[in-house]
Design a protein around this ligand. Structure first.
Ligand code: GLN
Length: 484
């Protein structure tokens, strides 16, 4: 049951081979039995899931089912869900129940999806290992002594372990693609503005984007079809027509020009990863693509630029958590100042505090030009690199992450080592481009992700390219031992 595709589930629910309540119970049972080994869920919404499933069964019986009616889904705990706790992985929001659904959540619910619960994540999506969560680290189902990646580590681990058919995530600098790579699943970060950010707790507003973690590109296409689109409540959401992502999956790849940036295969990349990535690219040549060497010369600037821009925006976004309006409040404040400072000191973890400090520093009057303004200028150079490259080639490919999943605890005392995990993913966010990660051959039994970057609003092409490889290879079907 847990290995079926979304298309199969949708068809079999319609044929009444099983009910949505049965399907939902199956996943709830798996979560209850298997998640203690992983900690991928912060909240399991048993009651509301079963109620939504019963409603889905009614709709199926009446014959007015939507495309996802009755299909279980998990949401990253960064999306507001009416009536179900939304913590963002933080103590600050340990008691926060949003009065409304995020647009992405509402759209998926309107399409008939049944929410199983909320997945674990790095606190306020700051991290690459899911170890900054107030609710504890998540284990990688392929090797439970290792990290699942982050910040959407709970979603990635839950999908890989077949605790849900599909999950949402968000990606500010790699948080969908990197955990997808480390957990051996398929993840897509759409173009900035493609999916609404309304009701998605803001980390860095000019970079954040919602997307999908799934077991295949075809599954991701089904979900993105329902998630994407303009939202008048998000002033940065794009008013660009949404194509049918499922329709484009089978398009032919003959003539596709693939660019390989030399900077993505340079020192720092595990050579065994380079080999399996090259092998996957050879598959694409067999499918009719041509391969071209390209350069993204400003790649070394991406991580430093991001660690000015993202903290700057986060320091502003997180100012709202002041112990007054909502979230954690300290006991017995002496005065207003004490209430603010103690609530924030108690509510935020170390990494979040580090980012707020960096952010307020780079935005301060004396340093604004030297850091923030400079970073914005360099951000443009990074975007221009992609613009130039994407006139020579149709898509860019390379590794998603320089290493496979690393041991829990290996990097969490060295922030810079942690930040370097996103060396291949961050530039895409700075440019606002769509990116995907799909599993290729593993290295030492651990998953490896191939990253595919496309031009603005070319999600359909990315999903198509990923799907064609998944039709002729089996890597995406492998399940971790104990979670088959
Ligand atoms: N790992 C990066 C960070 O810590 C990116 C996180 C993300 O994409 N949300 O900021």
């Amino acid at each position: 049951m847990q290995n079926k595709t979304i298309a199969q589930l949708a068809a079999e629910l319609r044929l009444r081979h099983y009910s949505s309540v049965e399907l939902t119970q199956h996943y709830l049972e798996r979560i209850q039995r298997l998640d203690p080994q992983l900690n991928s869920f912060i909240t399991v919404a048993t009651e509301s899931a079963l109620a939504a499933a019963a409603q889905a069964d009614q709709a199926l019986k009446r014959g007015d089912a939507g495309p996802l009616t009755g299909i279980p889904i998990a949401h990253k705990d960064i999306f507001c869900t009416a009536g179900v706790k939304t913590t963002c992985g933080s103590k600050m929001l340990h008691n926060f129940i949003a009065p409304y659904d995020a647009t992405v959540v509402a759209k998926l619910a309107a399409a008939g999806a049944v929410m199983l619960g909320k997945t674990n994540m790095d606190e306020f999506a700051m991290g690459s290992s899911n170890e900054t969560s107030f609710y504890g680290a998540v284990a990688n189902p392929w090797d439970r002594s290792r990290v699942p990646g982050g910040s959407s580590g709970g979603s990635a681990a839950a999908v890989a372990a077949r605790l849900c058919p599909v999950a949402t995530g968000t990606d500010t600098g790699g948080s969908i693609r990197q955990p997808a790579a480390l957990c051996g699943i398929t993840g897509i970060k759409p173009t900035y503005g493609r999916c609404s950010r309304w009701g998605m707790i803001a980390f860095a507003s000019s970079l954040d984007q919602a997307g999908v973690l799934a077991r295949s590109a075809a599954d991701a296409a089904f979900i993105l079809d329902e998630m994407a689109g303009f939202d008048e409540r998000d002033s940065t959401s794009a008013e660009v027509a949404v194509p049918d992502y499922v329709d484009a999956l089978d398009d032919d790849l003959h003539g596709l020009r693939i660019g390989l940036p030399k900077e993505y295969f340079a020192a720092g990349l595990d050579s065994r990863i380079a080999t399996v990535i090259q092998d996957a690219i050879k598959e694409y040549e067999r499918l009719g693509a041509t391969v071209h060497d390209i350069s993204l010369p400003n790649t070394p600037l991406a991580v430093p630029v991001y660690y000015v821009v993202a903290p700057a925006e986060c320091s502003s976004n997180l100012a709202r958590f002041d112990g007054v309006r909502y979230g954690h409040r300290c006991d017995n404040p002496l005065d207003l100042q004490d209430l603010y400072t103690r609530s924030r000191a108690e509510g935020f973890g170390a990494e979040v505090q580090r980012r707020i400090l960096i952010g307020t520093y780079v935005l301060s009057a004396g340093y604004y030009d030297a850091y923030y303004l400079k970073a914005q200028q360099l951000r443009q150079l990074i975007a221009d690199d992609f613009k130039r490259a994407l006139t020579q080639v149709d898509v860019i490919m390379g590794p998603t992450s320089p290493t496979t999943a690393f041991p829990l605890g290996a990097k969490n005392t060295d922030p810079v080592a942690m930040y370097l995990n996103d060396i291949y993913t961050i530039a895409t966010n700075l440019a606002g481009l769509p990116g995907m990660s799909i599993p290729v051959a593993p290295v030492d039994g651990l998953p490896v992700g191939l990253q595919i970057i496309g031009n603005y609003f070319e999600e359909a092409r990315l999903l198509n390219i990923a799907h064609r490889l998944q039709q002729v290879t089996h890597w995406h079907q492998a399940a971790p031992t104990g979670f088959e």
